[in-house]
Design a protein around this ligand. Structure first.
Ligand SMILES: [Zn+2]
Length: 269
């Protein structure tokens, strides 16, 4: 059966892309090409205050250096900057009404309080107020989601996770599910560190009837680690200079990408 493959590279510009992000971009683009599918570039810029324009600019130059083309999404930095983030947040907020009302609740607990005692907020029916509460989704204790054949007990792994942040910004899980639904994503390629995020996305997608997202193919690749063996992290590296995209670096990215793509059945092209 021929499937119409649609996948995406969805970087968050909270720092310069690191080698792990570049490997993810490369592997995702190979998957799209292998199936004659479409690749979308979706820059997750919801937290715009933390994002420097040079981080976004680097995304475009890195994709260019790796000769990755995308068919959906902003073709250039200039077009990307025209996107109205306020309008987008209003849209994402409106989409919250798709969730059954009794499954979401505002929570005013601080992180410190949550360490000391369970959150009592679901029973309190607090109003969801920007600056004062987050909005959480209730997860039943026995909710199990299958991620790559492994059952994940969502409550144990993620608790009643956040959909809307205290600072008025959509949380990653919510924005991701709505974006993937709107894009018609069929394949998601991400690192193994996001396996629990995948469980959250499948749970939310089922709640809002986004069947294509709930049933998408989720491919988790091995993580690229730094010389110290630690997972690469944009926030830790944010102040560091970006990887210089010379021929040697590109070769290194492609070689790492081949290593992580192979076990997933993705062919380099
Ligand atoms: Zn609470």
């Amino acid at each position: 059966m021929l499937i119409d493959v649609r996948t995406r590279f969805a970087p968050t510009p909270s720092g310069y892309l690191h080698a792990g992000n570049l490997v993810n971009a490369q592997v995702t683009s190979w998957l799209a090409r292998q199936h004659g599918g479409q690749l979308a570039l979706r820059i997750d810029d919801d937290d715009r205050e933390r994002h420097q324009p040079e981080y976004v600019e680097y995304i475009f130059s890195a994709l260019d250096a790796l000769q990755i083309d995308w068919q959906i999404g902003p073709p250039s930095l200039g077009e990307f900057l025209q996107c109205n983030v306020r309008f987008r947040h209003r849209y994402l907020h409106n989409q919250l009404s798709l969730l059954p009302e009794d499954l979401t609740y505002a929570c005013e607990c601080t992180r410190t309080l949550l360490v000391e005692r369970p959150c009592p907020c679901r029973a309190l029916h607090l109003p969801h107020t920007e600056g004062e509460t987050v909005l959480r989704v209730f997860v039943p204790d026995d909710c199990v989601v299958d991620v790559n054949g492994q059952p994940v007990l969502v409550k144990l792994q993620l608790g009643d996770f956040v959909l809307w942040r205290r600072d008025g910004i959509p949380a990653f899980h919510w924005a991701n599910v709505i974006d993937d639904r709107d894009l018609g994503t069929t394949h998601v390629v991400r690192g193994t560190d996001l396996q629990m995020a995948t469980a959250a996305h499948i749970y939310l997608a089922r709640l809002i009837g986004a069947d294509r997202v709930a049933n998408a193919t989720y491919l988790h690749h091995a993580l690229v680690r730094g010389a110290d063996g630690r997972k690469l992290s944009k926030s830790r590296l944010a102040t560091a200079a970006p990887p210089i995209l010379d021929a040697r670096m590109i070769q290194r990215i492609q070689s790492l990408a081949r290593t992580v793509a192979e076990p997933l059945g993705i062919r380099p092209s």
